[in-house]
Write a protein that binds this ligand. Structure first.
Ligand SMILES: O=c1[nH]c(=O)c2[nH]c(=O)[nH]c2[nH]1
Length: 311
């Protein structure tokens, strides 16, 4: 039974007798507020990444029956509260943050009797000591093998490897037309989900060439991709893509081609000025769509592009 099921429904006696329906359990709120909070300890950054869903209930008969909004705290205000609290109080833990929000809504609004805060937390592990992170949860390893009786082609890869640099990323100097509104930035979060495929130029055929050790190559490519992402001071995701591909080609002699598809997981600084709070690159809205999609192939000198462009 969800908490809302236990709420007493509006009593039919309180309605005009002619009314054929009455309002049962109800709740409302802002779902999936994606908040990323960066805390800086010198050059060492800490990340909290939450998906916060708020559901409030209380004296909400009138808004349903007559449309009167006097008791309605806007879902927009709920969203703003998440971001403002992230700045003002930080996010020590999802539980503490959720309790803080729930208490706030119930105690600050007379019409709100119950608050349910659901939080999903995405955990980030460090790639480097300071500001590069990989999201916990296994990526998917992929491979595609073709053989025509003579020639082997092996294209291996990974999908869903989510990484973030909480600094060392700029984006400015771009072309501007009359629809360009994106502000230039000298310090932004750079986050992406690495989707990579790499083609072995010499896959071996149980004959002359010994086959590569597939598992150790996979581990090596993954490590090189992460190190290149973390270690690149980025002026664009395109530049980071090229560096990542190059690092793999340089590091693994059997690989001739790397294709990367990198969605730009945008993190927008939240404007906290309306609440008299300064956002010093601390509180971000993690948007899930639309997203930039940066794709490209990096080739060893002399190699042909053979990885199909499927995305
Ligand atoms: O690294 C980026 N490359 C782009 O092409 C682009 N376009 C955009 O709006 N933001 C970004 N960021």
């Amino acid at each position: 039974m969800s908490p809302s099921d236990s709420l007493p429904p509006s009593h039919p006696d309180s309605l005009p007798p002619s009314r054929p329906t009455y309002l049962g359990p109800n709740q409302y709120g802002k779902a999936e507020n994606r908040v990323v909070r960066i805390t800086r300890e010198g050059a060492t950054h800490h990340v909290k990444d939450l998906n916060v869903s708020i559901a409030l209930s209380g004296d909400m008969d009138e808004v349903h029956y007559s449309g009167s909004n006097v008791n309605v705290l806007t879902t927009d205000a709920m969203k703003n509260t998440v971001y403002a609290f992230a700045k003002e109080y930080g996010i020590a833990s999802a539980e503490r943050f959720g309790m803080h929000l729930a208490r706030h809504f119930v105690s600050s609004q007379e019409s709100i009797r119950r608050a349910r805060i659901r939080i999903e937390e995405y955990t980030w592990e460090r790639i480097t000591e300071q500001h590069s992170f990989v999201r916990k949860g296994q990526e998917t390893r992929t491979t595609e093998i073709s053989y025509d009786g003579e020639t082997w082609q092996v294209i291996s890869g990974l999908t869903g490897l989510v990484v973030m640099n909480s600094t060392d990323s700029e984006f400015w100097g771009f072309a501007k037309d009359k629809y360009t509104t994106l502000p230039e930035t000298q310090d932004r979060i750079l986050a992406t989900e690495v989707n990579a495929r790499w083609r072995f130029g010499r896959p071996g055929d149980d004959g002359a060439d010994p086959a590569p050790d597939w598992d150790s190559r996979y581990a090596e490519v993954r490590r090189l991709l992460l190190e290149a992402f973390a270690g690149t001071y980025s002026l664009s995701l395109q530049q980071t893509l090229y560096t990542m591909g190059t690092r793999v080609i340089e590091g693994v002699p059997e690989i001739d081609e790397v294709r990367l598809s990198l969605p730009n997981k945008h993190h927008f600084l939240v404007d906290l000025a309306p609440f008299d709070l300064k956002n010093d690159n601390e509180v971000y809205f993690a948007a899930d769509r639309p997203y930039g999609l940066i794709e490209g192939t990096v080739l060893r000198d002399g190699a042909q592009a053979r990885i199909p462009i499927t995305d």
